[in-house]
Design a protein around this ligand. Structure first.
Ligand code: FES
Length: 159
């Protein structure tokens, strides 16, 4: 990992926004920015870990937690919000027993909110692993989840 990090640092050395670009590459590779990599980066660059996290947490884009097997993105943009995305989000939260930005303990689902999925005409919109669901009603939430679990009973298990 250290060699890989050093290569990344070399690649972006002296370029504007290099720390951000390094984080982008790390997240593309792992799906998030693992803490042990942030620690290593802090050591190699001689940048305090607090500064690293200041940058990471400034941008909503970076995940600090390992994502679940399936990522559910609930659009909370204006069109979706006005069409009831809040209720849909609430239903996902209740069934999965997690909040936005969290992953179920079994690692199966992560729940995130996004600003606009670019399909406002079918608001409220939700994606699961990039698959788009439009005009989602809270009554459909359990059915959507059951597509990604072995049985609906497992979804209803509190994690
Ligand atoms: S506001 Fe939700 S898809 Fe655009």
């Amino acid at each position: 990992m250290e060699k890989e990090l050093k290569n990344l640092i070399e690649k972006w050395e002296g370029r504007r926004g290099n720390l951000i670009m390094i984080f982008h590459e790390i997240q593309n590779r792992y799906g998030y920015v693992p803490r042990d990599i942030s620690l290593k980066l802090s050591e190699i660059l001689d940048v305090p870990l607090a500064r690293i996290y200041e940058v990471l947490t400034f941008y909503n884009y970076f995940n600090l937690n390992k994502p679940g097997k399936h990522t559910i993105s609930i659009c909370m943009g204006t069109a979706c919000y006005l069409k009831g995305a809040g209720e849909v989000l609430k239903e996902f939260r209740e069934i999965l027993n997690i909040n936005e930005g969290e992953t179920t303990q079994d690692g199966n689902f992560s729940l995130v909110t996004v600003r606009c999925l670019g399909c406002c005409g079918i608001a409220p919109a939700v994606t699961v692993n990039g698959k788009v669901y439009g005009k989602v009603d809270k009554a459909q939430v359990a059915d959507i989840l059951s597509e990604y679990t072995e049985s609906r009973d497992r979804v209803n298990e509190k994690t």
